[in-house]
Design a binder for this molecule. Structure first.
Ligand SMILES: *Cc1c(COP(=O)(O)O)cnc(C)c1O
Length: 420
């Protein structure tokens, strides 16, 4: 059986054709497709407004900045189990990050912990639907509405997820989507904020209007980086080259190997939004994203089939903790996270047998040195962050590869030394 990579980018190859064409013909900034894209995001999420962003994190920054200014309060409650730059977005917005612990069932913010922490200095609660798994929004809304504190949903990984009949992102006061490289719609970085709040939407638009367009040179560089990754994990190159490189890194020095590939390896505190982040999404990127929106449902169904294989195959192994979904939710699972005691040993076991999987690289930001001034003990986040291994769910991933993952995990835990 030939090897399949741990992750493949969405939107390939159409993205590359469109981007390279537009770059070559100087059409990157031509067209009103950003407005068209915003309308599509409104329609999808059922929100009144959608404002395109250069990246999701800029959307988080601007939304929090507006809510902090409006309320005159500064505390922003958030889960520490997210990418560290999200914490920077709180700080650069003028907020004070207040980390609260997560629920071990799914790694998402624990509503009980929010209830114990929220007070009349809280400007907003930022909740992350990590891995596209919905937070317990009804519990969170109960807690927050009692104190009139707005919820901002980081739905960067959750485009297409639902709680009841409401779309992820459209449940709180505002929601943020990402169209970055590793997301289920990819337009060489991009994002959007959705909201029903006219005032907030107006503020976001007037801020974005002051940003210059993303330059073609920088976009071209991004496109080439994505193209290089895409080739490295292609059917042609991956089995003969990249697989062996990944294998070497995972087996020789798993920690360093994982760090080398991680964007989270050097967390640093930024108190200002970098000038380079202040760019507008280009019409070319909007066209790339629009093209993929019609595939969301098909992709969702394919992921669900893979998730069903993982769930059924692993349900009876006590040493494997499967994500628990909140009742009445439809989740994106980008990818499928399992918790195990020794994830490095399991990763090595699988990679040695030809199945490429990756450990989740995000850590517990509440324990990072750079955020020491905001430190709060989050033992569950610490535990979850050190135990998650990611199983692939991207739409190309064959079902028999998912079954092989299940078989290997079962085999691994049968050998007595790895019992929990
Ligand atoms: C990717 C991601 C972000 C940031 O998205 P960008 O578009 O890269 O800014 C924020 N939060 C989570 C949970 C993410 O996965």
């Amino acid at each position: 059986m030939t090897a399949w990579p741990r992750f493949k980018m969405y939107g390939v190859p159409g993205n590359f054709q469109r981007a390279l064409c537009d770059l070559a013909l100087g059409r990157v900034h031509a067209g009103d497709d950003v407005a068209r894209f915003e309308q599509e995001i409104c329609r999808l999420s059922g929100s009144r407004h959608a404002v395109a962003m250069p990246q999701a994190r800029v959307g988080i920054h601007l939304t929090l900045k507006a809510l902090i200014q409006r309320s005159g309060r500064r505390k922003v409650i958030l889960s520490p189990y997210t990418i560290y730059d999200v914490v920077n977005m709180v700080v650069s917005a003028g907020g004070i990050p207040v980390f609260v612990d997560v629920d071990a069932n799914n790694g998402n913010i624990d509503p009980g912990e929010v209830a114990a922490t929220i007070d009349d200095e809280t400007a907003a609660v930022l909740v992350t639907h990590l891995h596209g798994i919905m937070c317990d929004m009804s519990a969170l809304l109960r807690v927050c509405q009692a104190l009139s504190v707005p919820i901002v949903e980081d739905a960067a990984q959750a485009l297409g997820a639902h709680s009841g009949n409401k779309a992820a992102g459209a449940i709180g006061a505002a929601g943020v989507f990402s169209f970055g490289r590793a997301k289920n719609v990819n337009c060489f970085y991009g994002g959007a904020v959705v909201t029903d709040d006219d005032d907030l939407a107006r503020t976001l638009r007037s801020e974005i209007a002051t940003y210059p367009d993303m330059g073609s040179g920088r976009l071209a560089k991004r496109v080439l980086i994505c193209l290089a990754y895409s080739l490295a994990v292609s059917r042609l190159v991956f089995p003969i080259a990249t697989q062996w490189l990944y294998r070497l890194m995972a087996l020789s020095s798993p920690k360093r190997g994982a760090e080398l590939l991680s964007t989270e390896r050097n967390p640093v505190l930024h108190t200002m939004l970098p000038e380079a982040s202040k760019r507008r999404l280009t019409p070319m990127q909007a066209r790339c994203a629009i093209e993929q929106l019609s595939l969301l449902d098909t992709h969702q169904r394919k992921r669900q089939r893979l998730v069903a294989i993982y769930r059924e195959g692993l349900a009876d192994i006590p040493a494997v903790r499967l994500p628990v979904m909140v009742a009445n939710t439809d989740n994106v699972f980008l990818p499928f996270p399992i918790q195990v005691l020794d994830r490095v040993a399991l990763q090595q076991y699988m990679i040695r047998r030809g199945q490429d999987v990756v450990i989740q690289h995000m850590g517990n930001a509440a324990a990072y040195d750079c955020f020491a001034e905001f430190h709060r003990p989050c033992p569950t986040a610490q535990m979850v962050a050190s135990s998650i291994l990611l199983l692939p769910t991207y739409p190309d991933y064959p079902e028999n590869a998912a079954r092989r993952n299940v078989d290997l995990i079962r085999e691994f835990f049968k050998s007595s030394s790895h019992h929990a």
